[in-house]
Design a protein around this ligand. Structure first.
Ligand code: IPE
Ligand code: IPE
Ligand code: MG
Length: 247
């Protein structure tokens, strides 16, 4: 962890409504401890549990996390199996806790390629938490930004709908939430890795070397504090943005 000044939680007005996270660095975290990569993924699940709690405490409304990408199938079969098993286990163990905390869970991504058992567990978890409103948790699993844009375009074509920014956005897998305000990527890499290609158009990006299993409330507040310092302009000038803020 980097030593620096203590971080103050940002004022409620500057908390991002929607935080997206590329939860990267599980493998390196495990390797540094001479553990198998699967142990890193398990520790990563605990980090996610912490961050869900922090999100609720800070007043974040939507948390979208990247758990398994379309490209992660290319990993050794043993690791892929460990991740799939962990997802099944997480759904069994974590859903009661999430439900209790008022979290609405969505698992976002391609269902094809997942076992019938896992697909059923996902459907049941989504059904069970469907009426919760404290926090929306989108777990992107077997997800890729390109897959999403293609499936949306296909759906519009099948329905003979016109293709506009609005109709395409409405056909995407994350149409039930607004675009992320803040994207956090742990693990030190500064890339998108096929995450939310469409939705990140005006998202503030925050990169940290902290490996995902070590990510905690202090790191989360650090990211929120960095976000609170940003001026989002959406194409306008700084002066226009300031004038609109005082109005
Ligand atoms: C992220 O951690 C989790 C997944 C991609 C499933 P990694 O497993 O990519 O960890 P590193 O990047 O190898 O350290
Ligand atoms: C991105 O991490 C995907 C997830 C965190 C699920 P990767 O580890 O797969 O990304 P690359 O391969 O380093 O770009
Ligand atoms: Mg990685």
């Amino acid at each position: 962890m980097t030593a620096s000044a203590p971080v103050r939680a940002p004022d409620a007005g500057t908390v991002p409504a929607h935080v997206a996270i590329v939860m990267d660095g599980n493998g390196r975290w495990a390797r540094r401890r001479l553990l198998p990569r699967a142990a890193g993924h398990r520790a990563g699940m605990e980090a996610l549990r912490r961050v869900v709690g922090c999100s609720i405490e800070r007043g974040v409304q939507v948390l979208t996390v990247f758990a398994f990408s379309s490209e992660n199938w290319a990993r050794p079969a043993e690791e892929v199996q460990a991740i799939l098993r962990l997802m099944g286990q997480a759904l069994m163990e974590e859903v009661p806790r999430l439900h209790e905390a008022g979290v609405r869970l969505h698992v976002v991504g391609e269902r094809a390629g997942l076992s019938a058992e896992l697909t059923a567990a996902i459907a049941e978890a989504e059904r069970r938490t469907a009426h919760n409103a404290r926090l929306v948790l989108n777990v992107c699993f077997n997800y890729g930004g390109r897959w999403d844009i293609v499936q949306a375009a296909r759906a519009l074509a099948q329905r003979h709908e016109p293709i506009t920014e609005q109709t395409l956005a409405a056909a995407l897998a994350l149409a039930h939430v607004g675009d992320p305000d803040l994207l956090i990527r742990t693990g030190g890499e500064q890339r998108i890795s096929n995450f939310l290609l469409w939705q990140l158009a005006y998202t503030e990006l925050y990169f940290t070397p902290c490996l995902w299993p070590a990510f905690d409330a202090v790191e989360f507040d650090r990211a929120l504090a960095a976000y609170a310092q940003r001026q989002r302009r959406f194409g306008r000038t700084p002066e226009q943005v300031l004038a609109a803020a005082v109005r």
